[in-house]
Write a protein that binds this ligand. Structure first.
Ligand SMILES: *Cc1c(COP(=O)(O)O)cnc(C)c1O
Length: 381
């Protein structure tokens, strides 16, 4: 089955009792048993729920996995992965991570004895040099948030496999339409389904996808035992979102490339970060491992005052100034004060998240309206 078909039909079946084409919202916590222990496969909705099951099957299918798991948020999915490890284990992660992942690693898990090393994964040697005998996981985000750095997934997973280390990829920015890390050797794919998988800015959810059955069992056990599951209503919405993922991402890809090219040629713009531009340092790697370059980009204004950046952000009309990303509507974000404010300032500045940096989630509107909005605000500064 090819991708456009898979998002609609992959591992899906019509609801068996009625033939309902869309799996209904099974808004129930518990299930009647005929005799103690004798039931229809459902006991309690933390363990299993038909709506979640339909979505988890779709999740597995779109990342070419055997199993998908749906969580209460993207961070709950990441938390589940971290619980695979023991005190003393070491994890190598990228140095330009989603702010909440960094916060979880350093403020929640370090105190339980997990050790995190943050390296620039643009260069594979940095990953190699950070490996010790205690390294158990490489946590990769590509492209990264907010600087759109690209890491070579196949090269890093090969190094990990040679050293008996697991690899997990946060594939939120790329989407399964553009990039499938399990096919490139990764063990676990994580998504904030809040973003492109849901696609309509109407839910918060996380996903894990895996190929290996044993690993799937371990993660499922943690999902069940720790309890951070996604609810049936949200699962229904996310399943509905997944069905149009291919259509939406095609347009996100097209629009973002055009916005990136427009900004790159604008005299008031210092630099554009987008893997689809030839000026991106890892454009060739992106071209090899991605089908399209996604809807996310960042840019830096030449005027690096906070005033200029804020004026631009306050006056956008079609783009909405808001956190999050991946919905049908275009959003603008100021990483330094919004999504990445939890990273200490010296760390932030070191990796390039300055006041002049703006992140855009380019939606699926008409490109003329998006460019006109940017043109108007750039004239104001
Ligand atoms: C939003 C996001 C997360 C966290 O997901 P939530 O659903 O907000 O918990 C993780 N990684 C990336 C890249 C994100 O954009």
């Amino acid at each position: 089955m090819k991708f456009n078909t898979k998002v609609i039909h992959g591992k899906q079946k019509h609801e068996p009792a009625t033939g309902a084409v869309m799996t209904p919202i099974f808004q129930t916590s518990t299930y009647a048993q005929q005799s103690p222990g004798k039931h229809k496969g459902y006991e309690y909705s933390r363990g299993e729920n038909p709506t979640r099951e339909a979505l988890e099957n779709a999740f597995a299918s779109i990342e070419n996995g055997t199993r998908g798991l749906a969580f209460a948020s993207g961070l709950a999915a990441t938390d589940c992965v971290m619980r695979l490890f023991n005190s003393g284990d070491e994890i190598i992660a990228g140095d330009d991570l989603y702010g909440g992942s960094y916060r979880m690693f350093t403020q929640l898990f370090e105190k339980y004895g997990l050790k995190f090393t943050f390296v620039d994964m643009n260069n594979v040697d940095n990953v190699k040099n950070a490996i010790t005998k205690n390294t158990k996981l490489i946590w990769l985000e590509t492209p990264t948030n907010p600087l759109l750095k690209v890491a070579n997934i196949a090269e890093i997973t090969a190094i990990a496999q040679a050293n008996n280390i697991l690899t997990a990829v946060d594939n939120t920015f790329a989407t399964p339409y553009n990039q499938n890390p399990l096919d490139l050797g990764a063990d676990i794919v994580m998504h904030s389904a809040t973003k492109y998988l849901g696609g309509h800015s109407d839910l918060v959810m996380g996903a894990l996808m895996v190929k290996d059955e044993d690993l799937a069992k371990k993660l499922h056990f943690i999902q069940f035992a720790a309890g951070a599951i996604a609810g049936p209503m949200d699962c229904f919405l996310a399943l509905r979102g997944v069905k149009t993922l291919a259509l939406r991402v095609q347009r996100h890809n097209e629009n973002a490339l055009l916005v990136a090219q427009y900004l790159e040629n604008h005299p008031k713009v210092e630099k554009v970060y987008y893997p689809g531009l030839e000026s991106h340092p890892n454009h060739t790697i992106a071209k090899n491992q991605m089908k399209g370059f996604g809807g996310m980009l960042s840019f830096r204004l030449k005027d690096n005052s906070r005033e200029a950046t804020f004026k631009l952000l306050e006056n956008l009309h079609v783009f909405t100034l808001a956190e999050s990303l991946g919905g049908v509507e275009s959003l603008a974000n100021h990483p330094a004060t919004m999504t990445h404010a939890s990273i200490p300032e010296p760390e932030r500045l070191k990796i390039g998240i300055t006041d002049a940096l703006i992140r855009l989630s380019v939606g699926v509107e008409d490109i003329e309206d998006l460019l006109a909005d940017l043109e108007r605000v750039l004239k104001m500064i």
